[in-house]
Design a protein around this ligand. Sequence first.
Ligand code: DX5
Ligand code: ZN
Length: 217
Amino acid sequence: MIKIAPSILSADFARLGDEVAEIKMAGADYVHFDVMDGQFVPNISIGIPVLKSLRKATDMFIDVHLMIDRPLRYVEQFCSAGADLVNVHVEADSRENIIAALETVKKLGKKTGVTIKPKTPAGAIAPYLGLVDLVLVMTVEPGFGGQSFMHDQLPKIAQVRRMLDEACPGCELEVDGGVDAVTAKLVKEAGANVLVAGSAVFGKADRAAAVRAIREA
Ligand code: DX5
Ligand code: ZN
């Protein structure tokens, strides 16, 4: 089943509760919550206090994408603040610490994900497959919304799909970056089932039409 996860990075933060209510009405499945620390990526976005407020404002599934160094330091706080799924980058720490972060999230009863940047090979997810519910393949360099989709990531999405079919058939495969009604078709064909879209949803006046266009692409 295809799931659409609008990224609130492109929302109007002064009206966040209303923006998220709109995407719920529009039929979106997850809220994608992008956290940036100015270290792991060259940008700073939102964090724990905003997540706490959003948790009170919506019952939607919140997919937290941590673009932060050494996420083990903060995963517990993101779980308590209301994340339903916590996604950590494999590049953000040692294998041992990434495993510890995933185990912490699982212990707290939340779902887990690992993310790979465009230059990271598919094989980098292998050590974590028994521990995750979702794998996220970035289709832009993380840090900013509104970038162009990197077509050269499509073979990697297909490769991750094959790895998941073999080792982790229940796992979801998410893609993030430059997804719109045109590129959605390509990532679905490559095997992705959770599609993050920031500007292609929040950049459009009619959110229901935007979500539908991506779902039906
Ligand atoms: C980028 C973020 C994305 C971003 C996607 O670092 O992880 O979630 O908001 O935005 P669009 O869909 O506009 O590329
Ligand atoms: Zn993201």
